[in-house]
Design a protein around this ligand. Structure first.
Ligand SMILES: [Zn+2]
Length: 233
C-alpha cells in the first residue's frame, strides 16, 4: 500500500468521534476527540483514504475553475465589452468604474464569479426587457410580464398567461439571435406550441429566422463558465 497523503491532527474537546475534514485549498485534517488515543489515527486515515481522495480531487477541480475568471466580458448582443480588473479586498463587489471597465473585488476568486453573475443579471435586466417591449410593439404582439433569469437549458419561455422569461445569457449571442428569440416567444402568445401555424407566424415576422435558430441551438455551450448558473458554488 502506498504512503498516506499528508494530514494534520487536531485534538478537540467537543468532538465525539474521529472525523476527517478536507479544508481549502486542499488540506486534510483529522479531528481527534480528547479522550481518544492518537494511535488510532493512521488506521482511520487509511480506512477513509478513498473518501479523502475524492474530496481532494473535487476541491482541486474547483480551484482550477477559479482561474476561469474572465479578463474581459463581451456582450455581443449589445456590442459592449468590459475589461475586468480583479482587486483583492475583504468584500465582494462589482463596480462599473469607467466605460467598459469593471472592477471586481473580493477575498477569493471562486465566489467572485457569483458577484460577476449578479452583475450580469443586473445588466441583462437593464437591457433585455426594454428590447422585448420594442420588438413587441413593432410586431403588434403583446405580452404580460417579462422576467430575466439565469437558466441552464433554455433561452426563453412564454406561459399561457403571456408572461415571457428571457435567459440573461442572451447578452452573449448576436443581436439577430436575441431578436429571433424575442420574436419566437412573442409568437407563442398566439400559439402556445410549435405547430406549423406557429412556425408560419415566426417566418412571417422574421423570414431568415432559421440561421438564428441554429445559432441559439449551438450557443448554450459557448456561454463562459463564470456565467453559467450554479457556477462558483
Ligand atoms: Zn418555442
Amino acid at each position: 500500500m502506498s504512503a498516506l497523503p499528508p494530514y494534520s491532527v487536531r485534538v478537540s474537546s467537543r468532538a465525539k468521534r474521529l472525523q476527517m475534514k478536507v479544508l481549502p485549498p486542499g488540506k486534510v485534517q483529522v479531528v481527534v476527540p480528547k479522550h481518544c488515543s492518537l494511535k488510532h489515527v493512521p488506521a482511520f486515515v487509511a480506512e477513509h483514504r478513498q473518501w479523502m481522495q475524492f474530496h481532494l480531487d473535487k476541491m482541486a477541480a474547483a480551484y482550477t475553475e477559479q482561474s476561469l475568471l474572465p479578463e474581459s466580458v463581451c456582450f455581443q448582443a449589445v456590442d459592449e465589452s468590459w475589461q475586468v480588473d480583479y482587486v483583492d479586498q475583504p468584500h465582494y463587489r462589482v463596480i462599473e468604474f469607467a466605460p467598459g471597465r469593471l472592477q471586481l473585488s473580493g477575498p477569493d476568486t471562486s465566489r467572485a464569479c457569483q458577484a460577476l453573475q449578479w452583475w450580469l443579471q443586473q445588466r441583462a435586466k437593464r437591457l433585455l426587457p426594454g428590447w422585448l417591449a420594442q420588438v413587441s410593439a413593432e410586431l403588434g404582439l403583446g405580452f404580460n410580464r417579462v422576467t430575466v433569469r439565469g437558466q441552464k437549458t433554455r433561452w426563453g419561455s412564454c406561459s399561457a398567461q403571456k408572461n415571457i422569461n428571457l435567459n440573461r445569457a442572451l447578452l452573449f449571442v448576436s443581436p439577430g439571435a436575441v431578436r429571433y428569440l424575442m420574436i419566437h416567444e412573442l409568437c407563442h402568445t398566439r400559439h402556445l406550441n410549435h405547430s406549423p401555424s406557429f412556425w408560419a407566424l415566426v417566418a412571417d415576422k422574421m423570414p431568415e429566422y432559421e440561421i438564428y435558430e441554429t445559432e441559439l441551438r449551438q450557443a448554450l455551450s459557448i456561454i463562459p463558465a463564470w456565467a453559467q448558473p450554479g457556477f462558483g458554488g
